[in-house]
Ligand binder design. Structure first.
Ligand SMILES: NC(=O)C1=CN([C@@H]2O[C@H](COP(=O)(O)OP(=O)(O)OC[C@H]3O[C@@H](n4cnc5c(N)ncnc54)[C@H](O)[C@@H]3O)[C@@H](O)[C@H]2O)[C@H](O)CC1
Ligand SMILES: [K+]
Length: 507
């Protein structure tokens, strides 16, 4: 499983140092990985290394020395005083035989060949300005291909945000593990292709690192994924309920219900206001339609605990009636997904929502805001300038609300109240289409109906949603998504080595 890390990277460094796995070896390995990647791109061109005065720069000095020793023409431009280099970086600079030129945009010129960006890496901790900024802009303006060491300079390794200005790399060579900044936007777009080099951090050091941020891949949740069992029965695969709004909102709820069924729920029901009953009944075959008006009727309906997962929000309508239905749902035994209008309706009474969640004693609740809904529901977090970037915002929202928070976007982050987060990087751009979120909400409920734990169910649904869209291709509309799932399931079950739940063997 690819683990994301920045905080852990610092721990590795300290732990590695503490265990005598000297940083110098790590720096040699890092520089070697960079040199190997650069050589693969050179085609006879010269190399210009732009080095900072920290350990990222140290990696740059090592790469410069190794490239020169292989006969390549290498220039090294240093950004900052040589006297600022210390420890392993100073030692690496000492082993560099060539001249050290004071970096200026002019010196970079317009025939730098291949540029190695060794200015800033994991140590970037404030916006870039002055000469560092000028060099970042000069590297980008040169039009030369840039290989970034560890991170494109200017990208924050933890948040993926641009700190004033950032290098546009064609390739990034990072070490030990991906960092959130490599996967979160815009960082991911600045990295270009990614190489994760093993620089030999000792296994016992790795074992002590407790990762909390994970790349959203099947390895993260496949252990608890509900693969259909031959002896299974539809009631064993749960019953997802989608609470629908009135006549003009029915489509969103239908999309969610189809998403739940395709995700594997044994049954799905649309809880529909009487005014829309005939329309919904006519529009659905596999989805049952039940008349449910208002919170009291919903409470009664949910007293049948076979209805074990539900979605409120898609096409639900905002205001007091929606809030009353959400509170009724939260008071039930069912796992609850709150999307769209169900979130917006609590924009001015978020504490009421969070206290209702708190009373559920851990029964699954998943909130699925996009950025606008996030801003409306989590105003305090957005105002807190110390909580920056999607990862920390989602973590803070999960802690505050007590729910699993699925913060949607091209880099959807799922955060659990215990701090675990997954970051998805598989959503194709055309997934941003009307109704896609409704299907996603239903898919989550479909997995919850099959008793998947909340954090893993939300992460799996995000990954499946992206894969289904990619399988279908451009031109996708949201109603294609549920029907694109079976092909993804076949691939997933094959990869899990689970016997694809084909027809029961006839005796
Ligand atoms: N951790 C590991 O196992 C390994 C790390 N390696 C490399 O080390 C860098 C991180 O090095 P560090 O010295 O911590 O910081 P940087 O070199 O990224 O930054 C240099 C220095 O610059 C200062 N600084 C921060 N922001 C700014 C700014 N906006 N303007 C000016 N100066 C700034 C700050 O003081 C930094 O210390 C990591 O990325 C790897 O490349 C190893 O060599 C491999 C193993
Ligand atoms: K860099």
């Amino acid at each position: 499983m690819e683990l994301l890390t920045t905080v852990e990277m610092g721990e590795a460094d300290r732990l590695a140092g503490a265990r005598g796995a000297a940083g110098a070896d790590l720096m040699e390995s890092a520089g070697l990985a960079v040199a190997d990647r650069v050589v693969a791109m050179l085609q006879g061109r010269p190399v210009t290394v732009v080095a900072g005065t920290g350990n990222n720069g140290g990696d740059g000095f090592v790469a410069a020395r190794l490239l020169q020793s292989r006969g390549h023409a290498v220039r090294l431009l240093l950004v900052g005083d040589r006297g600022k280099l210390k420890g392993d970086a100073a030692a690496a600079a000492g082993r560099w035989q060539g001249p050290v030129e004071a970096a200026t945009p002019e010196r970079l010129g317009n025939t730098p060949g291949v540029i190695v960006d060794a200015l800033f890496g994991a140590g970037l901790d404030r916006p870039v300005e002055g000469l560092p900024r000028a060099m970042i802009e000069a590297m980008n303006a040169s039009g030369a291909p840039v290989v970034a060491v560890d991170l494109p300079s200017g990208i924050n390794g933890t948040t993926g945000t641009v700190m004033g200005a950032a290098v546009e790399a064609v390739h990034t060579v990072t070490f030990f593990r991906l960092k959130p900044g490599h996967v979160l936007l815009p960082g991911r777009l600045h990295c270009g292709d990614l190489t994760v080099a093993d620089i030999g951090i000792p296994a016992d050091v790795l074992a002590e690192i407790k990762p909390r941020a994970f790349l959203n891949r099947p390895a993260l949740w496949s252990g608890v994924f509900p693969v259909p069992k031959p002896e299974g029965h539809k009631y064993g695969r749960g019953h997802a309920v989608v609470v629908s709004g009135g006549l003009s909102f029915g489509g969103a709820a239908r999309l969610a219900a189809r998403g739940a069924l395709r995700a594997g729920a044994g049954l799905a029901t649309l809880a529909t206001p009487r005014e829309a009953l005939a329309v919904q009944a006519a529009a659905n075959l596999a989805i049952m339609v039940r008349p449910v008006d208002g919170a009291e009727e919903l409470r009664g309906f949910l007293s049948d605990t076979r209805h074990n997962a539900m979605v409120l929000g898609p096409g639900g309508g905002v205001g007091a009636p929606m809030r009353a239905q959400v509170l009724a749902a939260l008071a039930s035994e069912a796992a609850v997904v709150l999307d769209a209008d169900a979130l917006t309706s609590f924009a001015d009474s978020a504490d009421d929502l969070f206290s209702a969640i708190g009373k559920r004693a851990g029964r699954a609740v998943i909130l699925t805001p996009h950025s606008g809904e996030f801003d409306r529901l989590f105003k305090e977090i957005k105002k807190n300038l110390k909580v920056i970037g999607k990862l920390d915002q989602a973590r803070a929202a999960a802690r505050l609300s007590g729910a699993v928070v699925l913060f949607k976007g091209a880099d959807t982050v799922v955060a659990a109240p215990d701090g675990r987060t997954s970051i998805a990087d598989n959503a194709p751009p055309y997934l941003a289409t009307a109704g896609a979120g409704d299907v996603l909400a239903g898919m989550i409920a479909g997995l919850l109906a099959q008793h998947m734990p909340a954090f893993e169910a939300a992460s799996a649904a995000v990954w499946l949603h992206g894969e289904a869209a990619a399988a279908f291709g451009p031109g996708l509309i949201s109603e294609d998504l549920p029907d694109a799932l079976p092909a993804v399931y076949r691939r997933l079950f094959a990869a899990l080595g689970a016997a694809s739940p084909g027809p029961r063997k006839t005796l």
